[in-house]
Design a protein around this ligand. Structure first.
Ligand code: G3P
Length: 215
């Protein structure tokens, strides 16, 4: 399973990339708006740091605007994947950008049918938002299972990118299903590093070593 970081925070990106954990990055307008400085600079910098796909999202809602933005975003780097919303215009842009060899991530996906249509349009990634489904009392992970089952019946190359991940259990469940990618907020990836028995075990090793060396 590939791990993407869901952030525009350069410090977090560098930290986890230096640990060899990152296969890519996803951003969105909300994540970029949380960071200081020029978003264009941040996007350019991220594409340079990461040796993998970097999703950058359009903010236009109609086809021609999406196309113009998508082509411009792609100029930031060869690893840019253009993120478009799951709308009729978004799918039209997905088809055209894909035909120009610009890969597309279709975002804001909340149903199997939307995922199926995004795959038909040639998306490289489809991004179901599981946390937001959980938030309204639906089962986000069931959606991942269902999309996985449908995609496995056919020859789609579209990858399932599990988004809106809220906690480490989401990651385990997505991995058990065999989802292609999870995109994680830095806080979730940080939590995955830790276990209390690791901390206790390390403290004991160091205390025993100190005792021995001072005896
Ligand atoms: O990748 C999509 C993600 O950023 C949305 O997450 O937590 O705002 O639902 P959230």
């Amino acid at each position: 399973m590939k791990i993407f970081l869901d952030t525009a925070n350069l410090e977090s990106i560098k930290k986890f990339n230096d640990m060899g954990l990152l296969d890519g990055i996803t951003t969105n307008p909300t994540l970029l708006s949380r960071e200081q400085g020029d978003p264009a600079e941040a996007m350019r910098e991220i594409t340079k740091i990461i040796d993998g796909d970097v999703s950058l999202e359009v903010v236009s809602t109609e086809y021609s605007g999406m196309m113009e933005e998508g082509r411009n975003l792609r100029k930031y780097g060869e690893n840019v994947v253009v993120k478009v919303p799951m709308t009729a215009d978004g799918l039209r842009a997905c088809k055209t950008l894909t035909s120009e060899d610009i890969p597309v991530n279709v975002t804001l996906v909340f149903s199997v049918n939307q995922a199926l249509l995004a795959a038909k349009s040639g998306a490289r990634y489809v991004s179901p938002f599981i946390g937001r489904l959980d938030d309204i009392g639906e089962d986000g992970m069931q959606l991942i299972e269902d999309i996985d089952e449908v995609f496995s019946n056919y020859d789609f190359e579209t990858e399932i990118l599990v988004a809106s991940v809220r906690h480490p259990m989401h990651v385990i469940e997505a991995a058990k299903i065999g989802a292609d990618v999870v995109t994680l907020p830095p806080a979730v990836l940080e939590k995955m590093l830790h276990h209390p028995l690791t901390d206790i075990g390390l403290a004991n090793f160091l205390a025993d070593w100190k005792k021995k060396s001072s005896s």
